[in-house]
Design a protein around this ligand. Structure first.
Ligand code: SF4
Length: 611
């Protein structure tokens, strides 16, 4: 660390965000490595360090001989100001070397509102933000992560995208880059060869052509570029890299504990849920493997808490055995176990009692819609009886704080559906009155609503979002329908959801808007301290685009989408069928009950493809 940086750190909030040096960070001899990568997270240290993907890829790349992967996060505004004033370029935490010293800069893009921070980080590193302006082979700038299932809004800024799970893919890409360096390839030569790696999308080889009405007419592609790019998955999770030596932060972060990933994918198929479709097919770790890795991760980190993680952990077969095995080992060592993401239809009190012996933290259920009709539309296979039964056992068990999550603006939603949220919350309150084992402490039921955002690669990718005014009208209706003081109602700010909707289904022209927003001060846009709707609207106007075209437009069933170039395994025809089922109010059974032939199993080599 330079004396200048040392001085700057005395003037900013939370300097531990910028120092590195944490327990288990990986430091290698620069002279002994021939490929250096900076793993960049376009949000704060606290958010980035809580990201399981970071811990996995950091470990997987560093396990490769000759490669050194370091970490870099977006600085908060005070630090950015100091860095720009003092001429300190963005640097990686382990070596404090500037990003320009690296061969590869990989961004994790899990959320569209982080896009402006990517541009800001590149600029702070002293690099041109546009891929076309970075002509040298290195540093190669690429991105992966959930929001890359529609890479087009970021296409002008990235040299390439890695689609799907990165443990194997990222290492293959970096090996090719090492070869390119050794053999002095040009950037163009490298990018052409990179398209041979399954899961790599190089946007410069694809040119979108638009109709007069702004929709996509076709995508011209250069010779040799694949027609579609299929996401990568790790077929056998137990043989892939599993992090057991996570970097332990020296300052408080969002999730400060061992995170044990038990499975990938979700069996359910809720029709609004992008993760539920793009992480298919479901793969799980074996219980013995998890027990062994959990012990190693706890011993290597000194953490006193472990949490089980996946999209829907209560669907993990063998959860009771895993929890029992873990608790037998953890309890004598005073290590606690927590279980997030429980579903109301398979909530087990026995399990909850065992894992939350010490403190009865609040419970959270996400029925998502108030009426059964709308829950069937969205394929949330949870009934009112399920919710009330789970609440009853929780109240009998002594819980008295409950959060219920819903969305407003779901396709086909009516005012009756909105009011049904209030009625369901009242029934939950009634259940507490009837069954609570301890009424003296009172009860707090929190109802939260967010604005539905239609996402690519889901059955609702054709849908319009409701306008901000309409969302607020429904918020008012719900607020006026809640009559008890024990029910607290919170609603999420809708403007961010509108921009998220425009970006998530945006095309390549959106890059100009992103650059405009960033040049006018936009960064860390998921933080209310930084988000400015006026700045976004002005940028859309300057660039001649309308957010309503992206957010509030119902698409025709045969419209070509910017993200159709990406194949996540689930076929578009399947999504269209699911959408028709939604409008018919018919539910689709989960993958464990019956395989509905969505196409995702084609990603598994050992399974026959039904195409
Ligand atoms: S249960 Fe539904 S909402 Fe939750 S991850 Fe699975 S598909 Fe998504």
């Amino acid at each position: 660390m330079t004396p200048k940086l040392r001085r700057v750190l005395t003037r900013v909030q939370k300097p531990a965000r910028y120092t590195g040096g944490e327990y288990n960070q990986i430091v290698k001899d620069k002279a002994a490595v021939d490929l250096r990568m900076a793993f960049c997270f376009p949000d704060t240290y606290e958010i980035g360090m809580s990201n399981l993907g970071l811990q996995i890829l950091y470990g997987a790349i560093n396990a490769e001989p000759g490669m050194w992967c370091e970490r870099c996060f977006a600085p908060w505004g005070d630090m950015e100001e100091e860095m720009r004033r003092e001429g300190i370029p963005l640097y990686a935490l382990e070596s404090a070397d500037p990003l320009t010293a690296f061969d590869a800069i990989g961004f994790s893009l899990g959320y569209e509102m982080a896009y402006t921070s990517v541009l800001n980080m590149l600029d702070l590193a002293g690099l041109p933000v546009r891929s076309a302006d970075r002509t040298a082979l290195t540093p190669l700038v690429f991105a992966g992560g959930t929001s890359c299932v529609n890479p087009e809004p970021m296409a002008d800024f990235m040299d390439l995208f890695v689609l799907g799970e990165g443990e194997e893919l990222d290492v293959e890409l970096l090996r090719l880059l090492r070869k390119a360096k050794q053999e002095n390839w040009t950037k163009d030569e490298f990018l052409r060869r990179a398209t041979d790696i399954p899961g790599v999308y190089v946007p410069r080889f694809y040119t979108p052509v638009y109709n007069g009405d702004g929709t996509l007419l076709r995508v011209d592609r250069e010779a040799g570029a694949p027609e579609t790019v299929r996401k990568r998955i790790v077929e056998d999770l137990d043989t892939a890299f599993f992090p057991t030596k996570c970097v332990v932060p020296s300052t408080e972060i969002v999730h400060d504990r061992v995170v044990l990933e038990v499975m990938r994918g979700c069996i359910r198929g809720c029709r609004f849920c992008q993760a539920g479709f793009v992480y298919r097919p479901v793969r799980r770790h074996s219980t013995d493997f998890l027990l062994e890795k959990a012990k190693a991760a706890l011993l290597n980190s000194g953490y006193e808490e472990i949490t089980l993680s996946s999209l829907s952990t209560s669907d993990f077969k063998g959860l009771p055995e895993l929890a029992d095995g873990l608790l037998d080992w953890c309890e004598p060592r005073k290590i606690s176990l927590s279980l997030p993401s429980l579903r109301a239809d398979n909530f087990s009190m026995a399990l909850m009692e065992r894992v939350q012996k010490v403190r009865k933290t609040g419970l959270t259920f996400a029925p998502e819609a108030g009426s059964q009709r709308l829950r069937d539309v969205i394929n949330k296979n949870v009934t009112e009886e399920d919710v009330l039964h789970s609440c009853r056992v929780a109240f009998e068990g002594g819980w008295n704080t409950l959060k219920l999550y819903f969305m407003l603006g779901l396709p086909t939603e009516t005012d009756e559906d909105v009011v049904a949220i209030a009625r369901l919350a009242e029934k939950v309150l009634h259940t507490w009155r009837e069954y609570a084992s301890n009424k003296s402490r009172g009860v707090k039921i929190t109802v939260s609503t967010s604005m539905f955002v239609p996402k690519p690669h889901t059955p609702f990718e054709w849908e319009s979002q409701v306008t901000v005014e309409e969302y607020l009208r429904r918020v008012k209706l719900l607020r006026e329908s809640i009559h008890s003081r024990s029910i607290v109602y919170n609603w999420h700010e809708p403007h961010v959801s509108l921009i998220e909707a425009a970006l998530s289904r945006g095309d390549r022209r959106m890059g100009a808007v992103l650059e405009e927003v960033w040049r006018n001060g936009g960064r860390l846009d998921s933080w209310s301290d930084y988000f400015s709707m006026d700045r976004w609207l002005a940028a859309f106007e300057t660039r001649g685009l309308d957010p309503a075209f992206y957010a509030f437009r119902e698409r025709g069933e045969d419209e070509l989408f910017p993200w159709d170039v990406i194949d996540v395994g689930v076929r578009k025809s399947y999504l269209a069928r699911e959408r028709r089922e939604a409008y018919a109010g018919r539910v689709t059974p989960d993958c464990r009950v019956k395989c509905m032939g969505c196409g995702a199993n084609c990603l598994l080599e050992r399974r026959a493809c039904d195409e």
